[in-house]
Design a protein around this ligand. Structure first.
Ligand code: PRP
Ligand code: URA
Length: 212
């Protein structure tokens, strides 16, 4: 795969360890959900390296000092339904006051085309740093459409986080949305003929919510 300046692929031993358990078909729903959350928290830390901080005056027990903080209310989380819901708590661990919007997308199982069925975003989202989250980036159709939906509503600072990605999906998002910073925990080999990522982890939504 080509290198894209807006794509960041993690190479962190802790993420590798956790992803290996996530992939295992014998990992049950509870552990799967916990791992998705933990991996997301690690990714959130890493993806905030470029965040703008504001100066605040703090009084320690000894003296006044100027320190740096993430501005209040400056972050929003938008999961792509359903599987993105599994990542919300992971970002909330780092930003507990972040508002949450929802974008509902499903892939037609035959055509693999994404369809938007729901969109509800918090007020003022256009001025926030938005974390669009979905554990799986396969063809990239869902992510590309969700990003377009956010931009249509005025969002300008968007970070997209996915846990497992196929090269096809990364290329599609990187090319269609060069202004979006894309964070991927693990880059996989390819897609199979049904649009599943290989080696992948199966259907993330089903494994998170026990629907199959
Ligand atoms: C999965 C996944 C992504 C999408 C990725 O969702 O969570 O949203 O597929 O595929 P793409 O990159 O080819 O668009 P799915 O449509 O299965 O819905 P679900 O989350 O409700 O299970
Ligand atoms: N969606 C999933 O949940 N898994 C895949 O492998 C591809 C899309």
């Amino acid at each position: 795969m080509e290198n894209y300046s807006n794509v960041f692929i993690f190479d962190h031993p802790l993420i590798k360890h956790k992803v290996s358990i996530l992939r295992d078909k014998n990992t049950g729903m509870k552990q799967f959900r916990e791992l998705v959350e933990e991996i997301t928290t690690v990714m959130t830390y890493e993806s905030m390296r470029d965040v703008e901080l504001e100066a605040v005056e703090v009084e320690t027990p000894l003296e006044k000092t100027v320190q740096w903080r993430v501005p209040e209310e400056s972050v929003a989380i938008v999961p792509i339904l359903r599987a993105g819901l599994g990542m919300v708590n992971g970002v909330h661990k780092v930003f507990p006051t972040a508002r949450v919007g929802h974008i509902g997308m499903y892939r037609d199982e035959q055509t693999l085309e994404p369809h938007e069925y729901y969109c509800k975003l918090p007020e003022g989202i256009r001025d926030k740093t938005v974390f669009l989250v979905d554990p799986m980036l396969a063809t990239g159709g869902s992510a590309c459409d969700a990003l377009a939906a956010l931009k249509k509503r005025g969002c300008k600072h968007i970070k997209f986080m996915a846990i497992i990605a196929a090269p096809e999906g990364v290329e599609a998002v990187a090319k269609a949305h060069p202004d979006v910073r894309v964070y991927i925990s693990t880059l996989d080999r390819c897609l199979n003929s049904s649009g599943y990522i290989l080696p992948g982890l199966g259907d993330a939504g089903d494994r998170l919510f026990g629907t199959k």
